[in-house]
Design a protein around this ligand. Structure first.
Ligand code: GRF
Length: 217
């Protein structure tokens, strides 16, 4: 058998090709670090691939690159430093208040590295999405890319899912498969996963919102 060199990525093949939304979505994005997924969403909106507006970026780490990206896009950002809150619930209550002040309808966890509680989850019932760098239900929790490398899987990927109280466990909206290549490091593999995350996240937001708008009509 000859060697196989194909390294294509595959996005969930059964999702609808075209997504139509009745009206623009009002998004609140939560990010802890770099914010490249946040920026991919902002770019998709600017490119008219996603009918939405980012009302606010919430971030929890002072100096997070995500905040600088928000400034460049002219998107308001709010720091809610988890170190200044007595409990996860107290932080989440402040998050809910801030999202409501900005009239957010859908909450987008784009690299939010904190566990969220029912205080947030119940306030935005089935309207919170998270992106995770593995093909769930494999490799839940922290260090998913490291876990995949350590397990020796040959295909991994990323998942956008609804947020429920159990970590990384809500309904899956869309996934992209990413091959693990010979010699991959944490960085090279995560870079390729990131590329797919940026493709599927804006699409997943539209899909999830469309499903909900249609279920109401
Ligand atoms: C992504 O890989 C995401 O799956 C994980 O955290 C990372 C965030 O990356 N939850 P970025 O901040 O969007 O660049």
């Amino acid at each position: 058998m000859s060697g196989m060199t194909t390294v294509a990525s595959l996005i969930s093949p059964t999702v609808p090709v075209s997504v139509t939304l009745d009206r623009p979505l009002k998004l609140g994005v939560m990010a802890s670090g770099s914010g490249s997924n946040f920026e991919a969403i902002a770019q998709a909106i600017a490119d008219r691939q996603l009918n939405a507006q980012v009302q606010v970026l919430l971030y929890n780490n002072p100096g997070a690159k995500a905040a600088a990206r928000a400034d460049r896009w002219g998107i308001p950002s709010v720091l809610l430093n988890h170190r200044e809150f007595a409990s996860r619930e107290a932080l989440d209550a402040a998050i809910v208040a801030t999202l409501q002040q900005h009239e957010v309808e859908w909450v987008i966890m784009a690299g939010w590295m904190r566990i969220v509680t029912p205080v947030l989850i119940n306030a935005f019932h089935r309207r919170i999405l998270n992106i995770h760098p593995s093909l769930l239900p494999s490799f839940k929790g922290n260090r998913a890319v490291e876990q995949a490398l350590a397990a020796g899987v040959k295909i991994t990927g990323c998942t956008v899912h609804l947020v429920v109280p159990e970590v990384d466990s809500g309904d899956i909206i869309i996934q992209a498969a990413v091959p693990v290549l010979f010699g991959d490091t944490l960085e090279t593999l995560h870079d390729r996963i990131h590329t797919q995350e940026h493709r599927i996240f804006p699409y997943a937001i539209a899909l999830a919102a469309q499903a909900q708008q249609h279920s109401k009509s």
